[in-house]
Ligand binder design. Sequence first.
Ligand SMILES: Nc1ncnc2c1ncn2[C@@H]1O[C@H](COP(=O)(O)OP(=O)(O)OP(=O)(O)O)[C@@H](O)[C@H]1O
Ligand SMILES: [Mg+2]
Length: 235
Amino acid sequence: MALLEMKNIHKSFDGMEVLKGISISVDKGEILSIIGRSGSGKSTLLRCATNLEKVDNGEILYDGRKLSKDTSCFGLVFQSFNLFPHMSVLQNIMDAPVRVQKRKKDEVKKEAMELLEKMGLADRADAYPCQLSGGQSQRVAIARALALNPEILFFDEPTSALDPELTGEVLKVIKSLADLHIAMVIVTHEMAFAHDISDHVIFMENGVIAASGTPEEIFSSDNERMKSFLGRYGM
Ligand SMILES: Nc1ncnc2c1ncn2[C@@H]1O[C@H](COP(=O)(O)OP(=O)(O)OP(=O)(O)O)[C@@H](O)[C@H]1O
Ligand SMILES: [Mg+2]
């Protein structure tokens, strides 16, 4: 059974249909990248998958169960890091496991420190978000999502607010997560990265999936619109 199944998802804003019957399926440990032009509906699809938007029509299943407010097997990392500014790095990571999941502080702290270690940020545990670089902030945001032990992580353009050097540092961390066999759905404009990391790629256009396949199939596609899109990235 697929870990995530989205079936025939429709979503409109103010009478404008943004998702026009999208279906995707993600298996345990699978990495799916979503590419496509601005406004094609990529973020909306992630927001629907993670319960930040309600779909108008269609079905979302995690492990065969309907998405509900109690579904807790996913994490989400945004383009802008959305850290709590008044909390230290460590507090940012510990907050949800302690407050929402009601887990023991000692145990959560130990795990949080291990995560920071993995992200190369052990020495920044007591820093505040305003004292971090963009790349460090994004790595904290990833650690915060991982602290909830998700089976699937969604990334919405995780590097688009970063300069090229910091982008590399964050992409490296995301690649390292692939070894943990956490499923990932990644909206990205980093085409070489999507090519390298993905098991599957979908190309969205005007609220539909215009192409779908392995990275090899997508990045060597004969489809003219696909080629014109990839051409902008020098692919
Ligand atoms: N809350 C909202 N209210 C009204 N319209 C919205 C809302 N969210 C998204 N839209 C519209 O839906 C369309 C798709 O937006 P979405 O953010 O999903 O695109 P995207 O593919 O993520 O684009 P980008 O690459 O620029 O992030 C756009 O036309 C956008 O203006
Ligand atoms: Mg977007």
